[in-house]
Design a protein around this ligand. Structure first.
Ligand code: ADP
Length: 882
């Protein structure tokens, strides 16, 4: 959650301070919302309230930097500049922004106050530093706007330089997309929108930072940038593709980026359309309930992604994660991905070779962004070289004669002219193992540049001369402990210990006196020093310049390398699926555009992997249009109802992610959206009753589901009394079966719902998860069988759970009483499909008769859930009035 921005006390008048502090205060005034890291020599210092907050958040010692002119202490806390990255990461994770205020000139060359400027503001959504990013997940910044037609969405992935822009129809759709994007930071257009969705976002994405856009989004500069973008040759998009709201969101995003001083970067983003229909709809509830990226307890281990992620590179890991959270809906595209997996399963040598090589692949996508934004260091360029070498090696493998069949279905990763140029250039220019930082040389390879070689030999030969001088002075003075040394502040000097001072010749000039020794220089040493320092200085300056030029030349050729990176990520993901499918016996699903969903020998991939080998009981399930679309599943608690529902949904997600499924055979007609209504969600914290939440979710799915959707309903209608609950469950099931006609898995304890199969035999089929009683104990077989469960075994499960024997005995007695026919007010006619209510005797018989008539008269096909609810409320009021 965003925390109140740190600020400087406004009463702090600027002229009370020293010139440096005045400079600080001016920077801070520009970025009141950020913690300002103010560079002072080798430290980043924070002052005033920033210092107090940062010292608490980062466990830093709070000191003070003198006093202001009125004698008040100035709180200060600092971090060494070389270790700043880890502190920045921590602050970003706490939802803070960090403004980096750098020295704009070398302090030794400036008289008076060194000029300083804020060069960047790092926010959780705008991060480029590898150390602050999760290598295996994207880091999204999302701007949202609103227009009369709908919502605009601009999704920015700064570190990989991607920008997606699109429009969505409803607030619910926006929340759904945000649920799967799981952004780090969201910028909301500052009007009613902010209030409308901010509240929901806070509950849904508690760690995401929310920002409100300042000012008008009709920024002319940003609009020009968009036009320029669309006019580019490579762009295939028009203004219409982006839509009015989409463009507004994009303007908001670009303005925000520019305000954070990363304005040079945007031009390189790859602009793509955010197309909701290209992906299987999964909202936050589905992502959570199906434990796609984390378990309900928030752990990664135990999630689907943790099981699937056997990728070798971080680019592959991110692509797989994106695939799982946004599976495809185009059968042809999916089949192409399956072709690649199949080829890599068959061609074991290639698979192994590719995977072994991939381990060495650096994060090319993020490297390129740092190169393009001028932030890459010499070691980053060495990584790029390693990446290109690895790519060439993998391409070499692919080109092998034996691998022709696989080659045809795998992405091409051959280095083209630009990439070859970059590789050749890096091989020639860069030393094999360069330092992290520029400025101290050793970057440019020997033989790459005449002047560098010349200065290097000059520098190293003067060092030889220096050694010779040391030797000569020792001999001349007879002081064997005499040393020629160097420090930055003093330059070169001759050090002589106190004991030998009497031997010092007259032409030695004293430079400094220390406790145990004295430092001298000579004319000869001074001359040598000048020569060495100039050579080194020149050398470093030239190396720095050559390095910057090299980085820029590579940046100009980034596009081709980015394409390669995307192909490599896809290859990694295909090889990962191939390996996984061989290890775990997954099968290639047949994909088409029908409404079939037929799984044979289906398993829950995660439970199967976590359990002992062979302990998972496979099941068959058919929700095809030809058979019945709705499976009504009964069975006691713990039988495995929710497991089978989840495994069907996971199979669809795996298949449409472009992968194989945990089954012996699978046929899947493309699903457009998965709805889950499983268990009570945590919205109770918003003050809504569980039943209200359940009804809200049910209403959303009844409105949103199409004939292509997959709906999982677990225990609907349990949050109210038996009658209401059953009536609602019945009406909802019937609506989905007959009107929506989508694929549904409906798990229930209401055995009465099994009558729906008689009522709608072509649409609903009963299943039950088999339980056997053995010597009075229950045995869960986890086997799905056709037909309704004969009883609910509630008391047996209660016994398993350790309910005391006396309570159990009373429950059994009460049950037998309730199940006596006389206890049940019911009519003889059962053919019309009305639910039989095995409930508590809680109203007068005559009243029940009346209700029964009313219910039977009612045309459920034409009753909306809302009408049903209102009607139920009326009935309840009547009952309550007695
Ligand atoms: P229900 O929803 O009917 O209460 P669950 O689906 O939660 O039951 O399953 C209960 C337990 O049984 C879980 O621990 C699950 O791991 C295990 N289980 C479910 N289905 C199977 C199966 N097909 N094979 C083996 N174990 C299973």
């Amino acid at each position: 959650m965003p925390v109140r921005p740190p600020s400087v006390d406004p009463s702090t008048s600027i002229d009370r301070h020293t010139p440096v502090m005045q400079q600080y205060l001016r920077c801070k005034a520009q970025y009141p919302e950020a913690i300002v890291f103010f560079r002072l020599g080798d430290f980043y210092e924070m002052f005033f309230e920033d210092a107090e907050r940062a010292s608490r958040m980062l466990s830093l010692t709070l000191t003070s930097r003198g006093k202001d002119r009125q004698g008040d202490n100035i709180p200060m806390a600092g971090v060494p500049h070389h270790a700043a990255a880890s502190y920045i990461t921590k602050l970003l994770h706490l939802g803070q922004q960090v403004a980096l205020c750098e020295q704009m000139a070398d302090p030794s060359s400036v008289k008076g106050v060194v000029p300083r400027e804020v060069v960047r503001v790092i926010t959780p959504g705008l991060v480029l530093e590898e150390s602050s990013l999760d290598a295996r997940a994207h880091n999204y910044f999302v701007a949202i706007s609103k227009s009369a037609q709908g919502f605009g969405l601009a999704v920015l992935e700064m570190s990989t330089a991607e920008l997606y822009v699109g429009e969505l129809r409803s607030g619910a759709e926006v929340l759904g997309e945000l649920g799967r994007l799981q952004p780090q930071e969201i910028l909301l257009q500052a009007d009613s929108l902010a209030d409308e969705v901010a509240e929901a976002l806070r509950t849904m994405l508690p760690t995401c930072v929310l920002q409100r856009a300042q000012g008008d989004s009709g920024d002319a500069h940003a609009q020009n940038m968009i036009a320029e973008w669309l006019n580019r040759e490579s762009s295939t998009m028009t203004q219409d593709d982006l839509g009015e709201a989409g463009q507004r969101a994009m303007r908001l995003a670009l303005r925000y980026v520019a305000d954070h001083h990363i304005s040079t970067l945007h031009a390189k983003f790859r602009l793509q359309r955010y197309d909701v229909s290209a992906h299987l709809g999964l909202d936050m509830a589905a992502v959570r309930n199906l434990e796609l990226t984390a378990t309900l307890g928030g752990e990664r281990v135990g999630s689907l992604l943790a099981l699937l992620d056997k990728t070798c590179s971080s680019m592959g890991a991110r692509l797989l994660r994106r695939d799982v959270l946004a599976p495809m809906t185009d059968a042809a595209l999916i089949r192409r991905r399956h072709d690649a997996i199949e080829a890599l399963m068959i061609d074991g040598t290639l698979r192994k070779g590719v995977r072994d090589a991939m381990v060495r692949l650096p994060d090319l996508e993020r490297l390129l962004t740092r190169i393009e934004s001028g932030m890459a260091n010499p070691r980053d360029l060495a990584s790029l070289r390693e990446g290109l070498r690895t790519t060439r090696k993998i391409d070499g493998l692919l080109q092998g004669e034996d691998h022709a069949p696989a080659r045809d279905v795998l992405p091409a990763i051959a280095l083209e002219r630009d990439e070859l140029w970059v590789l050749e250039r890096l091989e020639r220019m860069l030393v094999e193992d360069p330092p992290l930082a520029v400025g101290s040389g050793d970057i440019i390879a020997q033989g790459a540049h005449g002047r560098v070689d010349e200065l290097r030999s000059l520098s190293s030969s003067s060092k030889d001369v220096l050694l010779a001088l040391e030797q000569a002075e020792r001999t001349g003075t007879g002081i064997h402990s005499l040393r020629v040394k160097y420090t930055r502040a003093f330059g070169y000097y001759i050090e002589i210990s106190r004991a030998k001072l009497t031997h010092v010749p007259a032409h030695y000039r004293r430079k400094q006196t220390l406790v145990g020794s004295e430092r001298f220089t000579t004319e000869e040493l001074d001359a040598l020093q000048a020569e060495i320092l100039t050579a080194d200085e020149q050398l470093h300056a030239i190396e720095e310049e050559l390095f910057a030029r090299l980085r820029m030349e590579i940046a100009l050729r980034a596009m081709g390398i980015r394409k390669l990176a995307a192909a490599l990520a896809a290859l990694d993901v295909s090889a990962c699926w191939a390996e996984l499918s061989l290890q775990n016996d997954y099968v290639r699903p047949t994909m088409d555009d029908t409404n079939e969903l037929e799984l044979k020998g289906s398993r829950h991939p995660v439970i199967e992997a976590l359990g002992a080998a062979g302990s998972f009981v496979p099941n068959d399930i058919d929700l095809g249009a030809k058979s019945q679309g709705m499976a009504m599943i009964t069975g006691p608690n713990m039988a495995g109802k929710s497991t089978i529902m989840r495994q069907v949904a996971l199979s669809v997600i795996m298949a449409q992610s472009g992968g194989y499924v945990a089954a012996t055979s699978a046929r899947i007609g493309i699903v457009d959206r998965i709805f889950t209504r499983i268990g009570a969600s945590d919205n109770v914290s918003r003050g809504e009753s569980t039943f209200m939440v359940e009804m809200r979710e049910t209403a959303a799915l009844l409105r949103g589901a199409t004939s292509k959707s997959l709906v999982l309903l677990d225990e609907i209608g349990r949050g109210t009394s038996t009658y209401d609950g059953l009536a609602i469950a019945w009406a909802v099931a019937d609506h989905l079966a007959e009107h929506t006609r989508c694929r549904v898995l409906f798990a229930t304890h209401y055995h009465e719902l099994c009558k729906l199969a008689e009522h709608r035999p072509s649409r609903v089929k009963n299943y039950n998860v088999i339980v056997r009683e053995h010597q009075g104990k229950m045995v869960f077989l986890h086997q799905l069988a056709e037909g309704a469960a004969s009883q609910s075994y509630g008391i047996a499960v209660a016994e398993l759970a350790g309910i005391p024997a006396s309570v159990l005995a009373q429950a059994k007695h009460r049950l037998s009483e309730l199940e006596r026919p006389s206890a049940l007010p019911r009519r003889s006619s059962k053919s019309s499909g009305e639910p039989e209510v095995n409930g508590l005797k809680r109203a007068h018989d005559s009243e029940l008769e009346e209700l029964r008539d009313a219910l039977l008269k009612r045309d459920l096909d034409r009753t909306s859930p809302m009408e049903a609810l209102i009607w139920l409320q009326e009935i309840r009021n009547r009952i309550e009035r007695g």
